[in-house]
Design a protein around this ligand. Sequence first.
Ligand code: SF4
Ligand code: SF4
Length: 307
Amino acid sequence: MPKKKPAIDKAAAKEAVLAYCLKKGALAAGVADLEAVNRICPPGHRPADIMPRVKSVIAIGVGGQTQGAWTVPSKALGYFGSTETRAYSISYGLAFYIENKFGIRSIYCPPDMDPDAGPRVPLQSLKVHAELAGIGARSLAGDILLHPEFGYMYFASVFTELELEPDAPMAENPCPAPSCVNMYRSIQRTPCMKFCPVQCLDGEVDEETGKQKVMRYDMAACAEMTQQYETVPSAIMDAIRATDEEDREDALFDPDNKMLWYKMSVGSGGLLAQCFECMRVCPIATQAPQADPILRHEHRLDAEAAE
Ligand code: SF4
Ligand code: SF4
């Protein structure tokens, strides 16, 4: 006979789940309202499409790179700027933790692309989960989520049949920051728009309220610059179509293309990264009170001094 499971106190379970995330290194964690996720995400990309009896969607956010990382040139940052794997390991562990502690099914939500829909469509939107869980708000930088305390984070999700009380999305969006509104008032652009090397960001700020009005993001232009896995087949196609040996050699051994082979052979995340310039100039990403480990160190010292 299957064992009778003890009743679960929803509030205590949520506390235990969030405490696990923070203990393992997340800066923020929350629970998204499943009904809201279902309203926003199209059929085929709702949590129940990969976990039929899902009851809760837990979103986890980890901090971006170190403060020092913002001082290196983008050609170096492209190799190590992203910290999403840390979020993935925490959520992977969380799924095991919930099953082990509560005896209830849980999964690590794959952050990967939908094989039926191609390399631009994720199986699930981790961004929607995090936004609805109240751990990030959409910015003018291509909808990158920003947090007023932790700045720029990376996100991961866990789906579970454990019922948890949902959180609310953030009441206030930290983007645009006051200095960005000032810049917009004088040049009609914010720092992320101005410094994106391929000019794929555009939008409007309401000059009276200082709030976002319109955000435009040319995803294809950003991806061409930053997600080089899509240029691999083009390089191979150019080599196949080349009519003479010299052109074929150019297609394969052109210095840019040689870098692609290098990145593939070492399994570099640089094939999938951002160029980071929009975040390098973003005051929330770089100056939010706990945006990097040095600021968090100072925050701890201040808190200790105040005790
Ligand atoms: S990652 Fe680079 S290319 Fe993409 S929006 Fe940001 S600055 Fe522009
Ligand atoms: S620089 Fe950052 S805060 Fe300013 S508008 Fe862009 S994303 Fe928002």
